[in-house]
Design a protein around this ligand. Structure first.
Ligand SMILES: Nc1nc2c(ncn2[C@@H]2O[C@H](COP(=O)(O)OP(=O)(O)OP(=O)(O)O)[C@@H](O)[C@H]2O)c(=O)[nH]1
Ligand SMILES: [Mg+2]
Length: 285
């Protein structure tokens, strides 16, 4: 494990302590929570403490960025979470895919409570919810996507901390507009690489050459065909030969025809992040 990596492990929890305390407070106001995961890394983007933190609070798991993930793997992960007793579905918050099915899933999660309230003759009321997820997973994008459906910002409600804004979404949700930011799992180096490749942690935290070396090795192992199709490489090429080849093909060259490796790294990373190699899932069950 590199020193930077170790530093990161120590840095994250300290920084996030406040956030956990805040989330615990806010949880009391919620009927249910939405746990937002990155569909490309549903395990690495799951905060290690969140399920303990929310305890009995009803929850749904949303696998976001489905457009960038391997759809077969995403479907398998949905089954995986369902087996563990969680309601789960895939979404693309950016292109608003499956967004209007979230309300139904939330109602399933709250079925017993809603039935009890109906039996008592209580009127149907908005479901109070908040979005929890690691940095860059798409929390703000999801809030906007949900809010687009005729949202009205509600005034501060009595009994609720002043700074908190609720967004009323039709009749279904009342959404806290500040999401809960969680830290990702940081248990091993592999997870660090998955988080770095997908942009969940900042680029300078792990050395770029190591990130790309991991990424190419991963793609060669699991998505060789896509690599060949995209970069016209052959499966017997070494790592450096692949970099050289991409550099040549894409014209990432310094003066004197030397390969500009920094540019090659950026080309490969932005291809992966932008879905140019097709949907990729990094976590394996
Ligand atoms: N391709 C794709 N991109 C998405 C999706 N959802 C969000 N994004 C992009 O992911 C990036 C991060 O999204 P945000 O909504 O800012 O993420 P966040 O969780 O609010 O991030 P922080 O506020 O930094 O914690 C943005 O560039 C979004 O456009 C999605 O479903 N598909
Ligand atoms: Mg945000």
């Amino acid at each position: 494990m590199s020193t930077q990596h170790t530093k990161q492990i120590q840095w994250y929890p300290g920084h996030m302590f406040k956030s956990i305390r805040e989330i615990r407070e806010k949880l009391k106001l919620m009927d249910m929570v939405m746990i937002l995961l990155d569909a490309r890394l549903p395990l690495s983007s799951m905060n290690p403490d969140i399920l303990k933190l929310i305890k009995q609070k009803p929850a749904i798991i949303l696998l976001n960025k489905m457009d960038l993930a391997d759809d077969d793997a995403t479907n398998d992960f949905i089954i995986y979470f369902k087996r563990q007793g969680y309601l789960a579905m895939k979404i693309d918050a950016q292109n608003k895919k499956n967004i209007n099915q979230i309300a139904n899933l939330a109602k399933v999660a709250l079925k017993e409570q809603l039935a009890k309230e109906r039996a008592k003759g209580m009127q149907e009321r908005p479901i109070k919810t908040m979005i929890l997820g690691i940095p860059n997973v798409g929390k703000s994008t999801l809030i906007n996507a949900l809010a687009n459906r005729k949202a009205t910002k509600t005034a501060n409600r009595p009994g609720v901390t002043k700074a908190q804004q609720w967004i009323k979404l039709g009749d279904t949700f009342e959404l806290l507009d500040t999401p809960g930011v969680l830290w990702p799992k940081f248990e091993d180096e592999k997870i660090g690489y998955h988080l770095a490749i997908t942009g969940a942690i900042k680029d300078h935290i792990l050395p770029t050459d190591e990130i790309v070396r991991y990424a190419l090795h991963f793609l060669k192992t699991y998505y060789l065909r896509r690599l060949i199709d995209r970069y016209d490489i052959t499966s017997d090429m070494t790592y450096v030969e692949m970099l050289d080849h991409v550099g040549e093909k894409r014209g990432a060259l310094l003066k004197g025809h030397e390969i500009d490796y920094d540019r090659v790294y950026q080309i490969i990373l932005s291809d992966i992040r932008g879905g140019q190699l097709g949907g990729i899932t990094f976590d394996r069950q």
